[in-house]
Design a protein around this ligand. Structure first.
Ligand code: FE
Length: 206
């Protein structure tokens, strides 16, 4: 579901559309970190951002640009996609004459969106982007992405379950916003039930 209808200023919408096209051009193929992940993170950001009273324009731009350098990292061309993505975003938004203060707000959110490394998110928008990115690894979508990843990397069902236990089921404790935490609890419960059922099936119990 597209939630951008909450942004009504035509200039803002035009900027977001231009950014969407720019961001899309970095993604050649789908998969665990394809552009559909970006679109889902955008929807989550708008949903959470509305409830938390965030700057939706800054948030939408950050969501759209947060993974532009992900394909470069996967190809071994850059070391950290958050750092490189922030650089690409800064250049792009400055080129459009976007106000410097807002450029830096977007850049900070991108730089700090990775929960496993990089700086801590300091602004509300950065916290929401980080929460949305983690939420997309949880719930039904998260399950689909884990197995997509396993397929891409020749990983077994057993190792996928291990990944759920070691990483995915810990994400709910890393949320920054109240709304993010609420959504995470719901997705966590669904994921846990799925894994427990899976483990019972694996031993032939059901
Ligand atoms: Fe992401």
């Amino acid at each position: 579901m597209e939630r951008l209808e909450t942004i009504t200023d035509p200039k803002s919408l035009e900027l977001i559309e231009r950014t969407r096209e720019f961001a899309r051009s970095f993604f050649e193929r789908e998969g665990t970190h394809g552009f559909s992940h970006v679109e889902r993170v955008l929807n989550l950001c708008i949903n959470i951002g509305r409830k938390e009273g965030a700057d939706l324009e800054v948030l939408a731009l950050a969501a759209l640009l947060h993974d532009v350098a992900r394909p470069l990292e996967s190809a071994g061309k850059v070391e950290d996609h958050a750092v490189e993505g922030a650089r690409i975003a800064r250049r792009f938004l400055r080129g459009l004459g976007y106000p410097e203060e807002k450029v830096e707000a977007v850049v900070h959110a991108i730089e700090s969106h990775r929960f496993s490394r990089g700086p801590e998110p300091k602004t509300l928008e950065a916290k929401i982007l980080s929460d949305a990115d983690k939420l997309d690894a949880m719930g039904a979508v998260g399950i689909a992405r884990v197995f997509m990843y396993s397929g891409e990397h020749g990983r077994s069902i057993e190792d996928s379950i291990k990944h759920f236990r070691e990483k995915i089921l810990k994400l709910k404790d890393l949320m920054y916003t109240e709304t993010g935490r609420r959504l995470a609890e719901e997705r966590h419960r669904f994921t846990r039930e799925f894994i427990e059922r899976m483990e019972r099936e694996m031993v032939g119990e059901v």
